[in-house]
Design a protein around this ligand. Structure first.
Ligand SMILES: NC(=O)c1ccc[n+]([C@@H]2O[C@H](COP(=O)([O-])OP(=O)(O)OC[C@H]3O[C@@H](n4cnc5c(N)ncnc54)[C@H](OP(=O)(O)O)[C@@H]3O)[C@@H](O)[C@H]2O)c1
Length: 177
């Protein structure tokens, strides 16, 4: 009998979100949040240093273009036919590409948002862990963390950490199987 080919490793898909208490990730479409704590930024940067690739949507890419160009970045967009590579940045149309196959060559994929990207990855079973930093703010408006989902998913809490004296909290969740 022919042996089954096993992948070298199972890709780990980890999402990072900074949010207000009321679940908003941004007040604007194309601007890096300026309300997150330096402790969250430090955590986020140390995590990205261990990731093989970063996945973002086109709005997030446009809000952090120069930073993201320093990393291997995949940008989800409906504006490309299939994939379009520009240096370290690859634009991908999820409607034309098998995302699981595309990312299977990487060990760790950091999902950096925004809302549609978190949702797309979750809907495709490509979001296994979630780090949520809750900053002590209520916006009452703005972009939600996830949007236009098709079904409910359950997570289990791995850890809770108080990030600073100003009440920023870091939650780590794992998708429940
Ligand atoms: N607080 C946080 O942790 C955090 C995290 C990330 C981003 N942000 C902020 O949030 C804002 C952007 O968020 P956002 O939710 O508006 O935008 P986003 O997810 O970054 O970008 C949305 C765009 O990406 C493309 N896209 C995403 N998923 C797609 C899919 N499945 N298929 C095809 N195209 C897809 C589409 O662009 P096309 O028009 O090209 O198709 C869509 O209009 C920015 O200000 C950013 O700085 C905050």
């Amino acid at each position: 009998m022919k042996p089954k080919t096993q992948p070298l490793f199972k890709t780990r898909f980890v999402a990072y979100v900074a949010t207000s208490i009321d679940g908003r990730i941004s007040l604007e479409k194309r601007k890096l949040p300026d309300w997150t704590s330096k402790e969250d930024w430090k955590f986020f940067q140390s995590e990205l240093a261990h990731a093989d690739v970063v996945v973002v949507g086109r709005n997030t890419y446009l809000s952090a273009q120069s930073r993201l160009q320093k990393r291997t970045t995949f940008v989800l967009s409906s504006r490309v036919k299939n994939t379009l590579k520009k240096g370290t940045v690859t634009f991908v149309n999820p409607a034309c590409q098998n995302l699981k196959k595309l990312f299977s060559v990487y060990k760790t994929v950091a999902i950096v948002g925004g809302a549609r990207v978190y949702q797309t990855m979750l809907d495709n079973n490509l979001l296994h862990e979630l780090y949520v930093t809750i900053e002590p703010l209520v916006f009452g408006r703005g972009i939600p963390m996830f949007s236009n989902g098709s079904h409910t998913r359950r997570f289990e809490l791995v850890s809770v950490k108080k990030l600073n004296a100003k009440s920023a909290i870091l939650l780590h969740y794992r998708l429940k199987k």
